[in-house]
Design a protein around this ligand. Structure first.
Ligand code: AR6
Length: 170
């Protein structure tokens, strides 16, 4: 089945979908940006599950490019899929790790049975990945992934990010 890729300009935490993807860090204990907004609006249940996952599986942290799911707490979604994007490097090619975030998030979505999944522009904030390049990698990774997810929605916070993703979907 083919997956439709859609774009929305707005706030990830307001999306009514089966699963929201969080641009987390390997501690799984929250942070700024999308991660901060998810924990703030989703409530303490999400952090409680993240702590339990750390204790049971990720004592050394969730590796970059990997993904894991928790409840979405009070958010209008069933699950949050946490993934850790790579910090941008001008000297080392880390694009496969960024692609892996998208592949792994969709693999976890398939395990959960999620049919609609919303992604932020992973690594383009605190982790400084140039938007146009990140958009190219993200869209290509989703297009190349075999998944039962019916809609992948990229949710972009501002006009520049929206434009970068729109150019890729063109
Ligand atoms: N909805 C949609 N997009 C958003 C939202 C939102 N509510 N808030 C920010 N963005 P970032 P990263 C955009 O920094 O670069 C955290 O501290 C933002 O404009 O959230 O992967 C984590 O704990 C940018 O385009 O994630 C990690 O430590 C994009 O989301 C670290 O930041 C991603 O920005 C991860 O950095």
């Amino acid at each position: 089945m083919s997956t439709s890729l859609t774009l929305v300009r707005g706030d990830l935490t307001e999306q009514t979908v089966d699963a929201l993807v969080n641009a987390a860090n390997s501690s799984l204990l929250g942070g700024g940006g999308v991660d901060g907004a998810i924990h703030r609006r989703g409530g303490p249940e999400i952090l409680a599950e993240c702590r339990a996952l750390r204790a049971s599986h990720y004592g050394r942290g969730l590796p970059t490019g990997a993904a894991v799911a928790t409840t979405a707490g009070r958010l209008p979604a069933r699950w949050v899929i946490h993934t850790v994007g790579p910090v941008y490097s001008a000297t080392e090619d880390r694009s496969d790790l960024l692609a892996s975030c998208h592949r792994e998030a969709l693999r976890v979505a398939d395990e959960l049975g999620a049919r609609t999944v919303a992604f932020p522009a992973i690594s383009t904030g605190v982790y400084r990945w140039p938007l146009e390049d990140a958009a190219r990698i993200a869209v290509a990774a989703v297009r190349e992934t075999e998944t039962a997810v019916e809609e992948v929605r990229f949710v972009l916070f501002d006009e520049r990010a929206y434009g970068a993703f729109a150019a890729q979907l063109g």
